[in-house]
Design a protein around this ligand. Structure first.
Ligand SMILES: [Fe+2]
Ligand SMILES: [Fe+2]
Length: 189
């Protein structure tokens, strides 16, 4: 799915609207950057298990598409990307690899925790945009598509035994807290 934005929209006459839209695109672009790396980290460790690898690769490819759609928005709307992209890349890969090293179930618990936060984050953005009544059909369609696919990832990871992970509750708590903190940072930096 490709989302191209008319050039005129990049120069929104309302600076506060432009700032809000930029914030949405910046944080989502950062999040999808990290998401691709999380799945790469999981594949790095679990890639030799054929069944798990197929599932991880399917989810990774969807994250690649999310990121490429956001790349288009960043370019077309001239959004300053997060200055911390290298940090999100390293942190994402490390999170994926470390949880995968704890076992398949821990990798899936990581996916459930991340996608729960990200799905909720996309929902918050969708509600916020709708409440503002701006004509942002294209952006809303992208946010909804990504939200739906993140929640699919959550369901898949649950089916693959996320709740059987060692240290499931504290692991989930730590990852969710980290994701929420990263979201707040990536909105501005
Ligand atoms: Fe995603
Ligand atoms: Fe996802």
């Amino acid at each position: 799915m490709c989302f191209r934005t008319p050039k005129a929209l990049a120069d929104s006459p309302d600076p506060s609207r432009k700032a809000k839209i930029d914030e949405i695109i910046r944080v989502d672009h950062a999040g999808e950057t990290a998401a691709v790396r999380i799945y790469e980290g999981q594949m790095f460790v679990l890639g030799r298990n054929k069944e798990t690898a197929e599932t991880l690769e399917h989810m990774r490819m969807q994250e690649v598409e999310h990121l490429s759609d956001l790349d288009v928005l960043v370019a077309d709307r001239r959004v300053r990307p997060s200055a911390l992209l290298p940090v999100w890349e390293v942190a994402g890969f490390a999170l994926g690899a470390v949880t995968a090293a704890m076992g398949k179930e821990a990798a899936m618990a990581c996916t459930v925790a991340v996608e729960d936060v990200i799905g909720g984050h996309y929902n918050d953005q969708i509600r916020d945009l709708l409440a503002r009544g701006w004509d942002e059909e294209e952006l809303l369609a992208l946010l909804k598509k990504n939200r739906d696919e993140e929640l699919e990832h959550l369901e898949t990871a649950t089916e693959l035994g996320a709740e059987r992970a060692p240290l499931h509750a504290p692991l989930t708590q730590i990852i969710k807290t980290g994701c929420k903190a990263a979201i707040e940072v990536a909105k501005v930096i």
